[in-house]
Design a protein around this ligand. Structure first.
Ligand code: PRX
Length: 670
């Protein structure tokens, strides 16, 4: 790892104007600290003592794990052989039973599990009883297709209740789901199917996005038809009818959900599975071109997911209406939509579409209609709402909201204050939650009834978790100084590996600090010991709270016939946190792309190769890239140029004149 602290990304502080040109942040009170109100404190689930109670972290997590239903109680808590941890390993349980069966058995079958709203406006209230019925039938369908415990199932779905049912049915029979976000390309989907060796794909014809049907099954078809010399591992494709878009059909391979699931038996016994049985794989971008399959297992994951959901959001399952806006294709949607709320018997909202369809009041109408009490979303969404202007949310009754959550990227204080004042009515505490695909569940966050909030800080490790900020050699850095964030002991929901790649697991997370987990984030602790995240220190970008790899986008670019060389950097962006900026050198004598068309062509090419989320905001065609004498591209210089910052020390650049050339091109490209 080179220059670990030099590449920290500053917290963006955009001055956001609304549609009327009003600078939103000028209408907000000054940022200060916010202690919990008396009223909130009086009703909160946990008090400050919880930190002391968690001093013996193993005993503490064992106590949390005992809130789950175990078929065979565990006697061992933690078995830590760095870098491999096992939690509750001699216990047995079933994740789906914890999410559904036990609540129905306890008489909660009629409780609404999911208030679902489709983008066109269709709605469904799915009770715990109904969800369990569907999941049992689906489990029988999966078993009928020969899917057994340990087999992998890819899920490429829109935001509909069937997606949650699919995840839970896999969990029920011990099959390992790999949800692939609906926005990914056929190539990205195929790479993930191949890596996991999935035997089944569960998908839908299409889902609704921005007022149109966005096709999914056609992407699955294309993915499976790629590489005709190398047939995929997929035997069947199970298709939910949602978009009613026209699709092709492969007889014998493809099955309609509505022709199978309702006719399957509603009787299904959930088997007891070992606590360390794999629950899911979720692919995330790393520093190399190939996404890595982060592996999570059952007992520890559920224990930390459920605990953090109860305490960080102060969840009252009998009265709260919880809404996490994340797509199930990301870790937030896994932990805080598919698993934790159901394990905690909560009632939640699930929304299919985008916040601006049919107009920007959509989310606020949903909050009003269902009486949402806890809202969990990302800073990008808050900044987008802020840009549209406060009059839109202010046209709705948001008084039901009592806890607001933020996740995915640092939240700038302006957005924090706007979230509190305009969405939270100046009352609702904001919990800024730091965690990762790899950590499985929240690692640092205020507790809403305990912590005095500081806008922009993730504040403290959750009880039972220990984090530190260290320098390159692993020594703690003094308060106020930037360093690297590590977890200095194992936690229950930690990743158990990178699918089929032990070496990558070791290299990525454990080669830097031995038995301490290296998160890849820069951070600092302030005088009070509160944690401030400073952004990634590796070649991973964070665009709208989504992780993107510079290397993956670069390899997509150089795969284009016109491109000789490419370098990708993240530049600060007032809306998306960071934006993808690419610099490309075109092949000489290539006539296939007219120079002026190249940026548009290459942006579309990246979107087609990886998915629309990876589409660069800007592509600059340059004659050369800044390199060291040995020919390595110096991305640090490009990142500075892309953000208009000082380029710093240029002694290692072999031809410094390219810097001015590139600066001129950026200015000309606008
Ligand atoms: O850089 C951190 C940032 O998002 C990264 C993890 O991305 P992903 O695995 O996609 O998971 C996102 C949702 C959990 C982290 O390495 N990040 C996440 N939450 C925060 C954050 N940065 C600052 N503040 C946060 N609250």
């Amino acid at each position: 790892m080179t220059e670990p602290t030099a590449r920290t990304v500053q917290i963006t502080r955009p001055a956001i104007t609304d549609q009327h040109g009003v600078i939103e942040s000028h209408h907000l009170p000054e940022a200060h600290e916010y202690a919990p109100t008396q009223a909130f404190r009086a009703q909160t689930n946990v008090h400050g003592e919880i930190y002391a109670q968690a001093a013996d972290f193993e005993a503490f997590w064992a106590e949390q794990a005992r809130t789950l239903a175990w078929r065979r109680p565990f006697t061992r808590v933690l078995d830590w052989r760095p870098p491999h941890a096992e939690w509750f390993s001699d216990g047995e349980l079933n994740a789906c039973e914890n999410a559904l069966d036990r609540h129905v058995a306890a008489g909660l079958g009629d409780r609404v599990a999911i208030h679902w709203e489709g983008e066109p406006g269709d709605t469904r209230a799915v009770t715990y009883g109904e969800l369990l019925d569907t999941v049992k039938r689906l489990a029988n369908v999966l078993e009928g297709l020969g899917i057994r415990a340990g087999d992998r199932v890819a899920i490429h779905m829109p935001m509909i209740p069937e997606t949650v049912a699919a995840m839970l049915a896999c969990a029920r029979i011990g099959a390992v789901h790999s949800v692939v976000f609906g926005g990914f390309s056929a190539e990205s989907l195929r790479a993930r199917i191949d890596d996991a060796g999935a035997r089944l794909v569960i998908t839908a014809d299409g889902g609704f996005r921005k007022g149109r049907v966005s096709p999914l099954k056609p992407t699955v078809d294309r993915a499976l038809a790629l590489h005709p010399d190398r047939p995929s591992s997929v035997e069947h494709v199970l298709v939910v009818r949602r978009g009613r878009n026209e699709i092709d059909w492969v007889e014998g391979r493809d099955l309609w959900w509505h022709e199978e699931v309702p006719f399957a038996s509603p009787m299904h016994e959930a088997p007891a599975l070992p606590a360390e049985h794999p629950l899911f794989i979720l692919y995330t971008s790393g520093t190399t071109g190939r996404p890595k399959g982060v592996l999570h297992t059952t007992g520890g994951y559920l224990a930390q997911a459920a605990f953090t959901h109860r305490t960080v959001f102060d969840l009252k399952p009998d009265t709260d209406v919880y809404w996490c806006t994340a797509d199930v294709g990301w870790i937030t949607g896994h932990t805080y939509l598919a698993y934790a709320p159901l394990v905690n018997a909560a009632t939640q909202v699930m929304y299919e579409g985008t916040p601006d369809t049919p107009d920007w009041s959509r989310w606020w109408r949903i909050v009003e209609r269902y009486g949402v009490t806890i809202l969990y979303t990302a800073p990008t969404a808050i900044r987008a709402a802020m840009k549209v202007g406060r009059q839109v949310p202010q046209g709705h009754d948001l008084s039901s909201l009592r806890v607001l959550g933020s996740v995915g990227e640092p939240i700038n204080p302006e957005a924090w204050l706007w979230y509190r004042e305009i969405i939270g009515g100046g009352r609702a505490p904001i919990v800024d939650t730091w965690w990762q695909t790899e950590t499985g569940a929240i690692m640092a966050s205020p507790l809403p009834g305990v912590t005095t909030l500081k806008p922009g800080s993730a504040q403290r490790p959750v009880p039972g978790v220990s984090l530190a900020v260290v320098d390159d050699s692993g020594r703690p850095v003094p308060a106020g100084e930037g360093g690297l964030l590590v977890a200095d002991r194992p936690w229950p929901s930690m990743l158990r590996g990178v699918w089929d790649d032990e070496q990558r697991y070791r290299d990525t997370y454990w080669s830097v600090f031995g038995d301490r987990y290296f998160a890849g984030d820069g951070a600092r602790l302030d005088e009070d010991g509160d944690l401030w995240l400073l952004g990634r220190v590796d070649d991973v970008m964070n665009v709208s709270g989504h992780r993107l790899s510079t290397a993956e986008i670069e390899s997509a670019l150089v795969a284009h016939h016109a491109v000789a060389e490419a370098a990708v950097v993240g530049a600060p962006d007032p809306d998306t946190g960071q934006a993808v900026v690419a610099f490309v050198v075109l092949k000489r004598n290539q006539h296939l792309v007219e120079l002026q068309d190249a940026p548009a062509e290459l942006r579309a090419h990246v979107a087609a190769t990886i998915g629309a989320i990876a589409r660069p905001k800007a592509v600059h065609v340059v004659p050369d890239l800044p390199k060291t004498r040995s020919g390595k591209i110096i991305r640090r210089v490009l990142a500075a140029l892309a953000s208009g910052a000082e380029v710093g020390d240029l002694t290692t650049v072999s031809d410094p004149s390219v810097i001015d050339t590139i600066r001129g091109i950026i200015a000309a490209d606008g």
